[in-house]
Design a protein around this ligand. Structure first.
Ligand code: C2E
Ligand code: CA
Ligand code: CA
Ligand code: CA
Length: 273
């Protein structure tokens, strides 16, 4: 028993070491990828629920490593957050996105990690990129999660008002997945709520989810907060959400994330009539 216990401890520590090594390898590669401009940006349409017209795109970071192939943001964003690289990555994504979206006549949504949100230089960094690229603050929407709100709500509140004073809008992303409650929607000055994909996924199959989703949308209307439903994949989901009063959709039904040239060709090509 003693030796097997020892063996197990040994195995665990080996596995942990390997995890750490892999992480630090990926971190080093990510740092290099950022320097070389290998972090790309894909854009996913956000459409009006009535006309299906594109009103906004969400910028989503993409990385294809020369040695490992595609690495998803679910892997490299947490590594960027833990290493501090997220500040540089966020600035890079914002700059690329402002340049790409500038000539399309729509808004731009960019994800802001809680680490960025806690960074005192955030407002100055964003204003710098807006000035540099000539992108209007009134077309920019920052997607934050409740993780940005819970830790220090006084700091979060002042960050939100500093950004809103510049004309930048704030969306609450992934709503319904954590602790964020109705109280949050009143406490913080938000401009939009994004209902998490997990609700959209179950809305057709699960009556309770359908009822909760309808209630969230009604709450948004009561607070004058537009709601975007994420992860809309089927026409039935879209119909149910629209009837419930949801004004904006994002999901594969309306468009997957695409690189700028592909999105432009598909939606914004200026070919003469
Ligand atoms: P998110 O902000 O919730 O972004 C929405 C995710 O849902 C994206 O995944 C998008 O590709 C995916 N999605 C959208 N519609 C559908 C659909 O109809 N079906 C399915 N199956 N998926 C759909 P993605 O691009 O893999 O990004 C994952 C997460 O990584 C994002 O979740 C966001 O939290 C983070 N992320 C991505 N880019 C950035 C970035 O530039 N900065 C920061 N801080 N986070 C980012
Ligand atoms: Ca988002
Ligand atoms: Ca989301
Ligand atoms: Ca998400």
């Amino acid at each position: 028993a003693k030796s097997s216990g020892k063996g197990r401890a040994h195995w665990y520590s080996n596995a942990m070491d390997e995890g750490r090594t892999l992480r630090s390898e990926i971190e080093a590669e990510l740092r290099q990828a950022l320097r070389q401009g290998d972090i790309k940006v894909a854009y996913q349409p956000i459409v009006r629920s009535d006309s299906h017209a594109i009103i906004c795109v969400e910028a989503l970071a993409r990385w294809t490593s020369p040695t490992r192939g595609v690495i998803g943001p679910d892997v490299f964003i947490p590594i960027a957050e833990q290493s501090g690289l997220i500040i540089e990555l966020g600035q890079h994504v914002l700059r690329e996105a402002c340049l790409a979206v500038k000539d399309w006549n729509i808004d731009l949504a960019v994800n802001i990690s809680p680490i960025q949100f806690r960074h005192p230089g955030l407002v100055a960094d964003i204003l710098f990129v807006l000035k540099e690229t000539g992108f209007s603050a009134s077309r920019l929407e920052l997607e934050i999660t409740e993780g940005s709100l819970i830790e220090n709500s006084a700091v979060a509140q002042s960050m939100i008002s500093a950004l809103r004073e510049e004309g930048i809008r704030i969306s609450l992303d992934d709503f319904g997945t954590g602790y964020a409650s109705i109280g949050y929607l009143r406490k913080f000055q938000l401009d939009k709520i994004k209902i998490d994909k997990s609700f959209t996924d179950r809305i057709e199959r699960d009556r309770e989810t359908a009822m909760i989703t309808t209630a969230i949308i009604a709450l948004g209307s009561a607070l004058n907060l537009p709601i975007t439903a994420e992860g809309v994949e089927t026409a039935d989901q879209a119909a149910m959400l629209r009837i419930a009063g949801c004004r904006q959709f994002q999901g594969w039904l309306f468009g997957k994330p695409l690189f700028a040239d592909a999105l432009e060709a598909a939606f914004f090509s200026k070919t003469a009539a």
